[in-house]
Each structure stands twice: as C-alpha cells, then as structure tokens.
Design a protein around this ligand. Sequence first.
Ligand code: AMP
Ligand code: MG
Length: 334
Amino acid sequence: MGSKRASRTPRVMSRILSGPEAIAAGIAELTAHRPVAFPTETVYGLGADALNEEAVHAVFSLKGRPSTNPLIVHVSGIEMAQPLVEEWTERADAIARAHWPGPVTIVLKKSGCVPGIVCAGGETVAIRCPAHPVALALIEAFGRPIVGPSANPSGWISPTTPEHVLAGFPEKDLVIIDGGACRAGIESTVLDLASGAPRVLRPGVVGRDLLSNTLGVDVEHASLVEDGSPLRSPGLLGAHYQPRTPCRLVKSSDLASAPSAAAVIAWSISSHPSGGVFAGLPGDPEGYASGLYSAMHRADAGPCGEIWIEHPPAGDNAIWDAVLERLARATKSG
Ligand code: AMP
Ligand code: MG
C-alpha cells in the first residue's frame, strides 16, 4: 500500500510572528523584495524597500492597487527623509520636529532617488515617520525607507490587528509582524507642503488647527482650495475603506428599527435592538476612531446582508472630521 504522501504542493499560508524573530523575518522579506505586513500607530502597513522598483511593484500587485494611487514612504526620522526630497523645507522641518514620530504625512517635491512607481509618476513624494516601536525597529534594522500602504486588498477596510491582515490575504505567503492593535486606528493626516499654501489632502487624527499652530500659517483643507487645480492626492476620491457587505449610515433614532439581518455598529446603545450582530464603539473621538475598523471587520465577518453604522456624535473635532470622511467613503456606492 502506498503511503498518502501529498501529491499536491503544500498550501502556503500567511504567518503572524512576534518579537525579535519577527523583525528578522521582516528584514528577510524586505531584502528579497517581498511585501511584509507591519504595525504602525495608525493601521497595519504593507512594507517594501521604497527605493527598489521591483519591491514596490510587488506591493501594488498584492493589494490590487491602481498604479495611479501613490504610496507613503515610511522613515525612521528626519535624516532618512532628507535624501528623498529635492528640498527639505523649513516648513517640513517644523512639522517633522513637532509631529514625528506620529500620524502626519508630508508631501514634498521628490528627489531623483525615489522611483516613479512610488509617486504614481508624479513630482512629489509623501513621507512619514510612524510612532510605533515595531515599525521604527523594522525601518532602523533595514536601514532604508519603506513604503507602507494599508495592508488590505485595495478599497477594503484598513487593518488594525494582525488578524485583519490575515483576513485580507488568507492564502498568501505573507509575513505579518504582530504589534498588537493600532492605537490611533485611522490613517495619517496627509499635509501637502509642495505647493503654495499648506493644505490637508487627507484628514487624520492630527487636525488643521494643530498643524496651523506649528507652521504659524493657516492650513487649508484641499477641497476648500479653489484655485482650479486638480486634487493632488489621487487616492482620496470615491469609494474606499469598504466592507464587502453593503454599508449605510443611519441616524441614532433609526436604530430601534434595525432588523436582525443587519449588523449594527453604534455608540449610543449597547446591544442590537433585534438581537443581530452588534459592534459597540465609545462615544469619544479617540476611542471611536481607534475601534472603528475593528467594528467594521467584525460586522463584515458575520452572516449579515447589510451593515448599519450609527452616525457619530456631532462635534467640532479634527478626529470626527477624519472619521466622517472614512464613513462617507465606506458607505458610498459604486
Ligand atoms: P494609504 O497608503 O492607503 O494610506 O493611502 C495613502 C494616501 O496618501 C493615498 O490616498 C495617496 O493619495 C496619498 N499620497 C501618497 N503619495 C502622495 C503624493 N505624492 N501626493 C499626494 N498624495 C499622496
Ligand atoms: Mg489604504
């Protein structure tokens, strides 16, 4: 009798690793030009050598990301950022000194060493220094800047835990470095410093007021700039951050009529009114932002035909602006 030796090639599976072993495995992947998932304080990123075109290409292809959507380059500090840009301006220096490591990305004119693929063929590069010890350890050990788009298939909900990354790429041979749950929970603020007046291209947990204080000039929101120029951040339009299940924003007063077939994500109640899948969120902006993507992942994993998201509490706060931008795009159809 023949033994049941596998005639098929073994199935490759993504792996979650932690500790020094994880950093070593991450460096091996980066060196081999294979993407590696790593934690930051915002969301998990898909890392690759930012100065190597083949490595960056592998990230676009794993995510299914359109080549028109540029990537953020992650650095371990100002020194690593400077060679990436044509000129490290006074404004860039002020922002970096005040907000790095942290969730603020700055856009500047790129230098010749940054491959065109990173910047979607444009003249500018987006750079940030993440405030997460594991991300910093990885970049420092690699000794080179790494790109780090969110570690999810393009358009899908961003991951804030290693398990979310795994859910996005279940049958890929991806090394996922475990850094726990992401603290901030939504993507960095993207600040354009490459053209005239500084402006926010993507809202994040660091708001315009804070950035204006740092720079001593008013920082505008890109959509408010009426100079006729196109938006400088091509990835910031249309549907994004989407669960696979159709999603809609509802008023608090509508929650009572949620059917059990609809998953509910809410902050003002503590259980599903009809006993269906429920994910609760805190009512404060930091807590809400930190838990939002996890709640969306949980609701999406359930057997529901629809996800109802309660409109967040109104409030004049930069984090609520950022949350509302994500929710508008998560619930946008088409
Ligand atoms: P993600 O990688 O998913 O966090 O998305 C990164 C965001 O940064 C995208 O929406 C890009 O449009 C924006 N971004 C990256 N590079 C640039 C750049 N050179 N100019 C303007 N926006 C950029
Ligand atoms: Mg993303």
